[in-house]
Design a binder for this molecule. Structure first.
Ligand code: GSH
Length: 232
């Protein structure tokens, strides 16, 4: 199995964690990425396999699968030995809804924070205009974190036992911390859950690799990861 991934790709890292948690062996190919050019020029295998021209792409024998959620669902069907979705159809649907919440709701509020890692933004007025858009997005994230923390009160994981929902929501919370989004200090159950996941080897290594990739590729973000308190 081969995974086309990106060093700072939230969605690719989500799939990496799922593969590791399932105990599957895979070859990882990191496509080139820079903060100025993004993923251009696109990797030829990405262009050949994904009409959306995006990572992640999973190549398994003759099959090419793209989109992190579709890839994880494929892995669940093809390699069911370690499960990432549990319980009744209703419980599994709830687990999928957390994945969708992370990828489609939390991501909308994360996007206005993403300019913070772009190097070379010397124009102060432009920076302040971007920050005016970031502030309401931070407030939205804080509201979502409060809701998640309420759900996690007295629970070890989002869907009872460890699941794909934890992977997706963790990645969005990690990206918020990396971009100096709202503090987790005000959301203790969410913070405890985040630290519990960081103790799992797959989460630990993805968090370390993203921090290392940022040191190499990104502008430093003042206060990121609560000044390092939320790093492994
Ligand atoms: N919904 C897709 C999103 C994938 C995505 O946005 N990939 C980004 C990297 S995180 C990408 O390849 N961007 C390059 C582009 O869109 O041109 C998924 O879950 O995999």
């Amino acid at each position: 199995m081969k995974l086309l991934s990106g060093p700072l790709s939230l969605f690719s890292r989500k799939v990496e964690i799922a593969l590791h948690e399932k105990g599957l062996t895979f070859e990882r190919i990191m496509v080139p990425f820079s903060q100025t050019e993004g993923y251009e020029p696109k990797h030829p295998e990405v262009l050949a396999a994904n009409p959306k021209r995006q990572v992640p792409v999973l190549l398994d024998r003759d099959l090419a699968v793209y989109d992190s959620t579709v890839i994880i669902e494929y892995l669940e069907d093809a390699y069911p030995q370690v499960r990432l979705f549990h319980g009744t159809p209703a419980e599994r649907a709830q687990c999928r809804l957390y994945d969708l919440f992370a990828d489609e709701i939390l991501l909308v509020s994360l996007k206005p924070l993403m300019h913070r890692t772009r190097p070379g933004q010397r124009d102060r007025e432009h920076w302040e205009a971007l920050e005016r858009e970031a502030r309401p997005a931070e407030a939205e994230l804080d509201g979502h974190f409060a809701d998640l923390s309420g759900i996690l009160e007295g629970r070890e994981f989002l869907c009872g036992s460890f699941s794909a929902a934890d992977i997706a929501v963790f990645m969005s919370v990690l990206f918020s911390l990396r971009l100096c989004g709202p503090s987790l200090d005000n959301h203790p159950a969410l913070g405890d859950w985040y630290r519990r996941l960081l103790e799992r080897p797959a989460f630990d290594s993805v968090a370390r690799e993203i921090a290392a990739a940022d040191r190499q590729l990104s502008a430093p973000v003042h206060g990121a990861y609560g000044d390092g308190r939320w790093l492994p």
